[in-house]
Write a protein that binds this ligand. Structure first.
Ligand SMILES: [Zn+2]
Length: 264
């Protein structure tokens, strides 16, 4: 569990964001040191007295949270802590924390979009409750060696939908590990080799790689929301891909901010 003591001080957090934006710790025009005070929204140049507001140059502008609290929320989100478990520490409401988590997801930088290759386990999973007709089907593929991941919502599990996913995200020549569903019967024609396991006979074999992704995602969604919501599912899938494909973004608050707050 993260505590505020694990986060740099308020003045230090301001300074860190300023350094990301200005690429230096001093005031750019005059190169003089900046005074950062804990209880001021801004710092000021010791030489020319200009006020410096580090958030203003980033997507964090407009938020009234202290810098240290933003760092804390980031760290909690990166380490998959539920809003309920941190709200007493930060003194924020459950919806406010959820909103920040969503902002962090939406500001994830795009990954390179590389296709999967080598040996790839693929499968589909249903999210949401059948009873309310709100079920969404997600198709996923994971590279067995690197754990690189692709997840997309698909309209149905027909052969066409599955083949469209494969052609969009998996290199030809890849060895696919699938279940025994008939929808995969044509993949050899598309240039893939295939090995299938019969789930209903409890032969999960290598498809376990992707089965584990489904159970981890569902467990995490239940922890965050108490259920498995299908609204915003695409954003959530994007986060899960990033946790696998862009791991450095989840190392520390600064590693995430370095990739997302710098104006280009
Ligand atoms: Zn100055």
């Amino acid at each position: 569990m993260t505590s505020l003591a694990d986060i740099p001080s308020e003045a230090r957090c301001k300074q860190l964001i300023h350094e990301l934006v200005a690429h230096q710790s001093t005031h750019p025009p005059c190169g003089q040191r900046i005074a950062w005070k804990r209880n001021r929204e801004y710092g000021w140049c010791r030489h020319c007295r200009t006020k410096i507001r580090p958030k203003a140059a980033t997507w964090l502008r407009g938020s009234n949270l202290r810098y240290q609290v933003i760092f804390f929320l980031l760290k909690a989100w990166q380490s998959r802590q539920s809003p309920g478990s941190i709200r007493a520490t930060v003194g924020l409401s459950y919806p406010t924390i959820q909103r920040w988590y969503m902002r962090f997801r939406r500001h994830l930088p795009p990954d390179g979009g590389e296709l999967l290759s080598g040996v790839v386990a693929v499968d589909e999973a249903w999210f949401g409750k059948k009873r309310y007709g709100g079920q969404t089907i997600v198709m996923g593929g994971i590279e067995v060696d690197t754990r690189r991941l692709r997840l997309r919502v698909i309209p149905d599990t027909d052969q066409d939908s599955i083949e469209l996913f494969l052609q969009a995200w998996v290199t030809r020549g890849t060895h696919l590990i699938t279940d025994a569903a008939a929808s995969y019967n044509g993949v050899e024609w598309l240039g893939y080799s295939r090995e299938s396991y019969n789930h209903s006979a409890c032969h999960f074999g290598q498809t376990n790689h992707i089965e584990c992704i489904w159970s981890a995602m569902k467990r995490h969604l239940r922890k965050l929301y108490g259920c498995i919501p299908t609204t915003h599912l695409a954003v959530f899938l994007r986060e899960w891909e990033a946790r696998h494909n862009q791991r450095s973004l989840f190392e520390s608050p600064l590693s995430y901010l370095r990739a997302t707050v710098v104006p280009d």
